[in-house]
Design a protein around this ligand. Structure first.
Ligand SMILES: [Zn+2]
Ligand SMILES: [Zn+2]
Length: 418
């Protein structure tokens, strides 16, 4: 019980949820305070209805926010394997969770678990958005946008009435001169109008992307996979069919339910005709091997501190052109080898290679599959992956004889899949 309580405490005791809840509360209280003067709920039925609607929007926003955060996206069980061992060849392996990644599951570095149908890690709810809370999260966004629009109308209306109070009094329209603005209510009123409009714009954009994800049955990550799939096939006759697009209404029914409970078992998914359970995971494996063929191996000549701003060791030029991402910066020693996948003028992104017999790169696809199938566990005993950015001037490229063979193999693989 206590562990459950502390889990809930730490879920919300984080800048994201604390800020979000403060914004919701601030707008709610200021709107109620101003509305009590502007359109009092206890005088007219219209006023009562107006405040009731606003209170319901505010409460629904808060409720869906808390539920999205508490329910979470649902994690894939650790050391998960498909029921049929034959299917392991179509799936990626997660070394951290020591299991296979089910279709539509991705590993989240912040949650440190494989997340079912992961969309993104949302700092506001301090949790991932995925299979388990997609519906709650979308409801939260929708109520927040509508509620803040309502708050904007009430706050602007009452501020207008308050600023024109003298005018109403002067012309004898006493029934309209109900809003009295002190300095503080003016300042807080304007501040909260700003907050509400900000929420409408920012959350409105998020809502647009969430609704689009539901209508297309395609998460942000899957958008990216599909984009790469199309890019890989550019200029060919081949067309990649995205397997989870079942048509608009069926797509919506994969997420929408009256209880906001997730639909299905999180492992098997409804797929379109002509596709099977592993259409997308096979594509992911293909993209991974294409990426591997693009990598270059570098050797470290100067020690790398792993600092974000290595002014003393690397100089200004390196510090002035950092890669614009929050990905890790890694520490490396002279003689380390790194497999580089991304290049910037002064920085490289790669993964450190540990002294181990490398997997047979020249092996055929079948060899690789057999390897994956028969001995996936040794991968789990490998040291943790060290991946990140480091200054380019510390490294030199190793030119390998096998490069050409490797490229040839990649080309053949691509041809086979056509
Ligand atoms: Zn994982
Ligand atoms: Zn996460």
């Amino acid at each position: 019980m206590t562990s459950g309580f502390s889990a809930i405490f730490w879920r919300f005791f984080h800048w994201g949820p604390l800020t979000a809840i403060s914004i919701i509360k601030s707008i709610t209280f200021m709107t109620l305070y101003m509305n009590a003067m502007w359109w009092p709920p206890n005088r007219t039925f219209g006023g009562f209805l107006n405040q009731t609607v606003f209170l319901m929007l505010s409460a629904s926003t808060g409720f869906n926010f808390v539920m999205a955060s508490l329910t979470g996206p649902k994690f894939l069980p650790l050391q998960w394997r498909p029921k049929n061992p034959e299917d392991e060849q179509f799936l990626q392996y997660c070394a951290t969770c020591e299991g296979f990644k089910a279709p539509r599951s991705h590993h989240c570095r912040k949650c440190d678990r494989c997340v079912i149908k992961m969309d993104h890690h949302c700092p506001w709810i301090n949790h991932c958005v995925g299979w388990g809370n997609h519906a709650y999260f979308t409801c939260f966004l929708a109520f927040a946008v509508v509620g803040c629009l309502h708050a904007t109308v009430i706050l602007c209306g009452s501020l207008y009435a308050g600023l024109h109070r003298d005018w109403y009094v002067y012309y004898g329209q006493y029934s309209k001169a109900t809003v009295y603005l002190s300095l503080w209510s003016l300042v807080l009123g304007v501040f909260n109008v700003g907050l509400a409009i900000g929420v409408v714009i920012a959350v409105g954009m998020l809502l647009f992307f969430q609704v689009r994800a539901i209508v297309n049955n395609r998460t942000g990550i899957e958008d990216w996979i599909l984009e790469k799939a199309r890019h890989l096939r550019e200029g060919t006759e081949d067309n990649f069919q995205y397997p989870y697009d079942l048509g608009k209404w069926k797509n919506i029914r994969q997420v929408a339910s009256w209880t906001c409970a997730p639909i299905g078992n999180g492992v098997e998914w409804a797929v379109a005709e002509g596709c099977d359970q592993f259409t997308l995971t096979r594509e992911q494996l293909l993209q991974k091997s294409a990426k591997r063929a693009r990598t270059r191996t570098y050797t470290i000549l100067k020690p790398v501190s792993g600092s974000w701003v290595p002014l003393w060791s690397q100089g200004c030029r390196v510090c002035l052109s950092p890669p614009l991402t929050d990905e890790a910066r890694i520490k490396l020693d002279v003689g380390d080898t790194v497999r580089v996948t991304r290049w910037r003028k002064h920085w490289l992104f790669g993964e450190k290679i540990f002294d181990e017999p490398e997997e047979p790169r020249n092996g055929t696809k079948k060899d690789k599959k057999r390897k994956q199938q028969s001995e996936p566990l040794p991968e789990a005993h490998k040291p943790p992956r060290i991946r990140g950015w480091f200054p380019r001037q510390c490294a030199v490229e190793l030119v390998e004889d096998e490069d050409e063979a490797e490229q040839q193999q990649h080309f053949n693989e691509k041809k086979k899949h056509k």
